[in-house]
Write a protein that binds this ligand. Sequence first.
Ligand code: UDP
Ligand code: MG
Length: 140
Amino acid sequence: MSQRTLSIIKPDGVAQGLIGEIYKRFADAGLKIIAARMLHLDDQQAREFYRVHCERPFYDDLVAYMTSGPIMVQVLEGVDAIDRNRELMGATNPADAARGTVRADFGESVERNVVHGSDGPGTAGEEIDFFFRRAELHPH
Ligand code: UDP
Ligand code: MG
């Protein structure tokens, strides 16, 4: 079934020049980019986006990392887009990520792991709405 999911290339991914490499992987996996924007999150936006983790010990570090530089945010559309994108990403900790995944190839640590992807239909809808208005989505 065709789905949409939110993807972020995090500050370490943008700084390593990985936008093109990661976009190629989306295309090869049959994931279409139907919206995209580069932006630099402020502290309040990063706290809001990751509010589910606000009680976790890594929360303040995560917010500092996510506000440390520009990010590239995109909406992906395709069959099983949510799981397919999570497969391309690999496990949260690059040390545990399968070979050939983005995190295994380019992640530095459990925190600096290059990419974000929605983890289910509910969060995908909420996260897309966090960054994009309906008129900014361009299915093709
Ligand atoms: N994170 C971290 N330390 C941890 C777990 C997660 O710094 O022990 C960071 C990491 O950047 C991760 C993000 O918090 O991508 C969100 O964590 P989540 O468990 O949702 O992992 P994800 O869905 O990104 O794989
Ligand atoms: Mg998550």
